[in-house]
Design a protein around this ligand. Sequence first.
Ligand SMILES: [Zn+2]
Ligand SMILES: [Zn+2]
Length: 427
Amino acid sequence: MPGTPAESRETGARLIVCRHCDTLHAAVAVEPGGMAVCSRCGYALIRQSRFSLSFWLALTAAALVIFAIANWFPIAQISMLGKTVNASFVGALWLNWQNGHHILSVMTGLVGFWLPLTQLCFLFWALGSIRKGYLPPDFSLAMRIYHAAGPWSMVPVLMLAIIVAIVKFAGLANLQPAPGIWAFGVLTFMLTAFSRLDSVRLWRYAEDAGLVPASRDTGLPADAMVGCPVCGYVQERQPLVEMQQCARCGSGVHKRRPDMEPRVWAFLIAAAVVYIPANVLPMMEIRSMLGTSKHTILGGVVELWRLGSWDLAVIVFAASVVVPITKLAALVTLMVARKWKGERLQRQRTRLYELVEFIGQWSMLDVFVVILMAAMANFPGMSQVIAGPAAASFGMVVVLTMLAAMSYDPRKGWDRDSSQVPGGSKR
Ligand SMILES: [Zn+2]
Ligand SMILES: [Zn+2]
């Protein structure tokens, strides 16, 4: 649907600050299903949901039940020479832990189980509190955790990994899908829908219910105002302070992220270094009665192609090779190309950053595939898949590039655009 550019400012109006270009806007009324975009950079400032708060609350309760089903029941049942294995995601985490892959199982356990669960619990609690019309004192802290957990919750990636692992395995043994896989499928759709309910949106629900103050325009210039990334509250900037505490939720708020350059470069260089073992070392080791073979990431893609699943080979290649390289190249471009002048180029820079944020977690795909295959092919003495040292390295690449993207401050790019006052709004 077409976006409505947010209006120019008016004293007393509710304020919104764009997190990409730091332009100050007066909030406009948006019809359900519509959105308002930043008039300067095109970022979606408000996405108005078609559903009511009560509907979202019911959907979250349902998602918690489905989360339990997805993790309690196996995702597949595999039989080989009279032996049967019930593979589940939680079982895969435990098996990899027992095999000594501690970093790997902690990392995948966090992003595939604990953080999505944390997110769902906090969402349920926050929606329930707002609906009751009472905000508990730890609401701010809960929203800070919720905001931090968001980008690391990777159930859709896990779902795709389950499909890839099952296709890889289907030709080798007798495999029956189990209830867990259907639950994961439903959960993927639900969690994608919940991505609309970020912490700023939940705070806005609380504002609409009259539980917290909303930011109002007092006529101060845009340079003297700063917006909170967690709750969206626009407040007066404290002079000479690099980071101040949000007056409403207590989060760290800065006009521009300090030490952006050294932080982004440090994470990028670390990611590029760890990317080498991730590609050179074996991702998994397959032990069968015929012998042992080791596969690198590219080897796994070639094997999928040979099995006839060229579509999945393309997906795994895109997620494991194209995505990490694109992410690294895009972030380096954003950091190096400092002389982007003019609004059109600046908008493209913003789109590039949005792309980096969007593709962030998808390279975790092959890491999930490996730990799932280890659980599916758990027939010691007959057929066994063991995670290789590249799996943990590859997971580290994903984490480091995501940290680099989070340390990047897109607002700084707009400061270099001389055609506008930095952080200025059109009055
Ligand atoms: Zn903007
Ligand atoms: Zn705040």
